[in-house]
Design a protein around this ligand. Structure first.
Ligand SMILES: [Zn+2]
Length: 327
C-alpha cells in the first residue's frame, strides 16, 4: 500500500486554521473535514456542519458514519473513537492531555505511557481509526490528500505514528495580540459573524464554549500553544513542515496556497477564490458557518485592546511576537 499524504494544520486556536482548511478543500485532490477529534462537541443538541445542516443529519456525514461502521463497528457521530484518550487509565489519560514539551519531558511521558497496558492496547486502535477516517473521506470525495486541522501539537505528536501515512505539517501563526483578543471574548471575536450561528451553530442562548480570559491569561495561553508547537517542530525534518502567517494568507491567498499546494504535492495552480461554492463538511471554528467567501484580515485587536491589555500582552508574549516578526 502506498503511503497517503496526511497534512496536519498546526497552530494556536483562532489562528486561521478553519479558513485554511476551507481554502485547501477547494483543491480537487485535497479533502478535509476540518478537525478530526470532535468527541464531546457533537451532541444531541445539534452541532452544525459547515454545510449548515445539523451534523448528524448531513448526508455526507451519514455516509462517513455508514462506511466507518463497516471498518469499526463502534464508530458513531457521537463518538468517533479518534480522541487520544484512555478512559480506563486515568494516569495515562492525564499524560495524554499535557501540551507537547521539550525532548526530556517527552521522553518521560513516553516512558510512563509505555507502562500503561490500557494505552498500549488503545493506541493502535485509535490510530487505525484516524487513518480509516481519512481513507473514508478520500474514498467519498475522490481526493488523494487528507488535511486534518486539529491544530494541537500534542495530538500531532501521536499522529506522526499514523500507519501508512506520510505526515506533512503546515504551521499557521497569527499575531498573538489578535489571538489573545479571541480568548478574551470568543463570542465577539472568534465565532460566526451572525450571532444566531455562534456557539456551535446553536445561537447566543447556548452555553459558552469557552471561558473568558483576562489579557494576562490570554497571553499565557497563546504562549503555551507557541512553545508546544516549537517543541514539536524540532522533531520534524526541515522538509516535513512549512510555516505560513494568517495575515499573509488573507493578503495574498493565491500565492500562499500555491506555495502550500507545491509543498503538499498537488497541482499548484488551482486556487478557487469563491471557496464556499464547493461543498464543505467541516468541523471547526464558527467562521465555517459564515456565508461570504470574502477574505479579510481580522485586525480588530488594534481597536479593541486597551493600553493596559497591550502592555500585559507585550510583557508576557513580546519575545515570541518579535521572533515571529510581529513586534
Ligand atoms: Zn455537511
Amino acid at each position: 500500500m502506498n503511503k497517503r499524504t496526511y497534512v496536519y494544520i498546526l497552530g494556536a486556536s483562532h489562528s486561521g486554521s478553519t479558513l485554511l482548511a476551507l481554502l485547501l478543500n477547494g483543491h480537487p485532490d485535497i479533502a478535509t473535514v476540518g478537525e478530526t477529534d470532535p468527541d464531546g462537541r457533537i451532541d444531541a443538541q445539534g452541532y452544525r456542519c459547515s454545510c449548515g445542516e445539523v451534523l448528524k443529519a448531513c448526508p455526507f456525514w451519514q455516509e462517513v458514519a455508514q462506511r466507518m461502521r463497516a471498518r469499526h463497528s463502534r464508530f458513531s457521530l457521537d463518538h468517533f473513537g479518534t480522541s487520544l484518550r484512555c478512559r480506563r487509565a486515568p494516569l495515562a489519560n492525564r499524560m495524554l492531555r499535557l501540551e507537547h514539551r521539550g525532548s526530556a519531558a517527552e521522553a518521560v511521558r513516553d516512558a510512563m505511557l509505555s507502562l500503561s497496558p490500557g494505552w498500549r492496547r488503545s493506541k493502535p486502535d485509535i490510530l487505525r481509526t484516524c487513518r480509516d477516517l481519512a481513507e473514508t473521506v478520500l474514498e467519498i470525495t475522490g481526493a488523494r490528500v487528507f488535511v486534518d486541522s486539529s491544530k494541537r501539537a500534542h495530538r500531532l505528536k501521536f499522529l506522526l505514528d499514523l500507519p501508512d501515512a506520510d505526515v506533512k505539517v503546515i504551521r499557521i501563526v497569527r499575531d498573538g495580540r489578535a489571538v489573545a483578543l479571541t480568548y478574551m471574548d470568543q463570542d465577539a471575536f472568534a465565532d460566526a459573524a451572525d450571532p444566531r450561528r455562534r456557539r456551535g451553530g446553536l445561537g447566543p442562548d447556548a452555553p459558552a464554549t469557552r471561558t473568558v480570559l483576562t489579557a494576562q491569561q490570554a497571553a499565557a495561553e497563546w504562549m503555551r500553544y507557541i512553545r508546544s508547537e516549537e517543541h514539536l517542530l524540532q522533531r520534524l525534518a526541515p522538509d516535513q513542515w512549512r510555516q505560513i502567517r494568517y495575515e499573509q494568507l488573507c493578503d495574498d491567498p493565491a500565492a500562499t496556497l500555491e506555495g502550500l499546494f507545491h509543498f503538499i504535492g498537488v497541482a499548484p495552480n488551482t486556487y478557487e477564490p469563491d471557496f464556499r461554492r464547493a461543498a464543505h463538511h467541516i468541523i471547526g471554528n464558527g467562521m465555517r458557518l459564515d456565508a461570504t467567501s470574502a477574505i479579510h484580515c481580522d485586525q480588530r485587536w488594534r481597536q479593541a485592546l486597551n493600553a493596559e491589555d497591550r502592555r500585559q500582552l507585550i510583557l508576557i508574549a513580546g519575545k515570541a511576537l518579535r521572533q515571529l516578526g510581529y513586534a
